[in-house]
Write a protein that binds this ligand. Structure first.
Ligand code: HEM
Length: 442
């Protein structure tokens, strides 16, 4: 099933991962054995399904193949398995928790095992199930496998999307130096960038999106916990309020500047555009066999000078974007979806400069979120846009657009890019035997 077939939630659609029944019986067998299952099997072993029972204990329905489906699955879920990872073209959820990790282990086999363990845990969490033996009902002598704050919550369309940073491919680390795709470039310093290295880059990333913030936060927390001693969170970002959608039929969301954001974006159902601009092609087309079906993610924390913006006259605000604030219509047009006439806009208008016609056709799928991380100690909101953009090749997507914007955009007076990262997003996990990054480590 492909990424663009997200569901709205029948029990059948949200069926428990097929491997869980087997895992359940293995787990039961292990419990009777005496010593802690965790100490014997470690993560990703047999212990992944008892949590289904612990998820609230209630069995609400039978799945298609007769296995019990916990009540938590009656909410909506997005299929985890597919040709592409979910969380890219699938409908954008309301909340985000994004984390970049440094890999601490030097052992390739340990890293591979972690990716397998993460995959199995992600399968469960995206289906609304707790990880491992769950949060309750396990051995009283050991900390529970799941921290518990998502117990009783619905799957909330949770998607977990994993990525690999350039540093993972460095020489003398995991033997991956020959496998770094050419498109996984070191992003240049753009004019105006004020990047914090501690909040940039990362060996791995996980993007957790959900309609319930607690579900997204829970998911990242479990993955960090599973990775304890092998990976450490380098930086993370919470996001609320999507600023772009992949569902053009829905009302376009607004960003922290009060403008509709995401009007002209790639729709999650537009297969032709996704194939052309978002999904990496096969080795013959795009040069890297293991990345076929994947994508590249640019993440930029863009701080907004909110207080300055709030003192800017409405006309000037509208000139800066090239669209009006109420309807979101391009200059000289009356409806949001009217085709922009770029020459009618000011030369520094954001939309004019970001439009594909100004950038030799460069087109990206935007999937960003607003953030507000308190204030900065000087009475100013630490708020802005956590920009996330997916593309087939950054050299033909984000880079040319940002070169143009960073030099000329009227918006630059009101924003500053303060963190940056680029990740290779591998293709989707096909089935219960597959795992995140299998083709890379093959
Ligand atoms: C805080 C920073 C930013 C804000 C507030 C912002 C806001 C907006 C708004 C309001 C629109 C018009 C509505 C729409 O079509 O979505 C827009 C369009 C767009 N923006 Fe941004 N944007 C920001 C940064 C960026 C960056 C860094 C890039 C890429 C390098 C970018 C690329 C685009 C593109 C490609 C469009 C659509 C242009 C078109 O085809 O008409 N934006 N943005």
């Amino acid at each position: 099933m492909s990424d663009d077939t997200s569901t709205t939630g029948s029990a059948a659609e949200a069926a428990e991962p097929a491997d869980s029944a087997a895992a359940s019986s293995a787990a039961s067998a292990s419990v009777s054995g005496g010593p802690s299952r965790r100490s014997v099997l470690g993560w990703g072993g047999a212990g992944l399904a008892l949590g289904a029972a612990a998820a609230g204990g209630t069995v609400a329905a039978l799945s298609g193949d007769g296995d019990p489906v916990p009540a938590a699955l009656s909410g909506s879920s997005v299929p985890f398995h597919g040709e592409h990872q979910a969380g890219i073209a699938s409908a954008v959820q309301d909340r985000l928790h994004f984390a970049a990790f440094d890999v601490k282990t030097k052992d390739r086999a340990e890293l591979v095992q972690l990716l397998k363990d993460w995959t199995r845990a992600a399968e469960r969490m995206t289906a609304g199930l707790p990880v491992g033996e769950g949060a309750v009902g396990g051995l009283p002598e050991a900390p529970p496998d799941d921290t518990g704050e998502a117990l009783g919550l619905k799957p909330s369309r949770l998607t977990l999307t994993v990525g690999f940073g350039a540093s993972l491919f460095a020489k003398d680390r995991f033997g991956l130096e020959g496998r770094r795709p050419e498109a996984l470039v070191d992003l240049e310093q753009f004019p105006g960038d004020n990047l914090d290295p501690a909040k940039s880059g990362g060996d791995l990333c996980v993007q957790a999106c959900a309609d319930d913030p607690q579900v997204a936060v829970h998911a990242i927390r479990q993955l960090a916990r599973i990775g304890f001693g092998k990976v450490a969170v380098r930086w993370s970002q919470l996001g609320f309020g999507k600023t772009s959608s992949t569902t053009p039929d829905e009302q376009t969301p607004r960003n922290m500047m009060g403008f509709k954001d995401g009007t002209r974006n790639i729709a999650g159902t537009d297969r032709a555009a996704l194939d052309k601009f978002v999904w990496v092609g096969d080795e013959a087309k795009d040069g890297s066999a293991w990345m076929a079906g994947g994508s590249y993610l640019v993440a930029r924390r863009i701080r907004m000078h909110i207080e300055t913006w709030d003192r800017t006259p409405l006309q000037e605000q509208e000139d800066i974007f090239g669209r009006d604030k109420g309807e979101g219509a391009p200059v000289g047009k009356s409806k949001e979806r009217d085709e922009p006439f770029l020459k009618a806009m000011k030369p520094q208008a954001h939309v004019r400069l970001a439009h594909p016609d100004t950038n030799s056709g460069a087109t990206i799928l935007r999937r960003g979120y607003s953030f507000t991380d308190g204030s900065d100690g000087l009475g100013r909101l630490d708020a802005g846009l956590f920009f996330l953009a997916y593309q087939r090749d950054v050299r033909k997507g984000f880079v040319p657009i940002q070169r143009n914007l960073s030099k000329n955009d009227g918006l630059n007076e009101y924003i500053q890019h303060v963190s940056s990262a680029l990740f290779a997003i591998p293709p989707g996990v096909r089935d219960k035997d597959d795992w995140w990054g299998r083709a890379l480590f093959a």
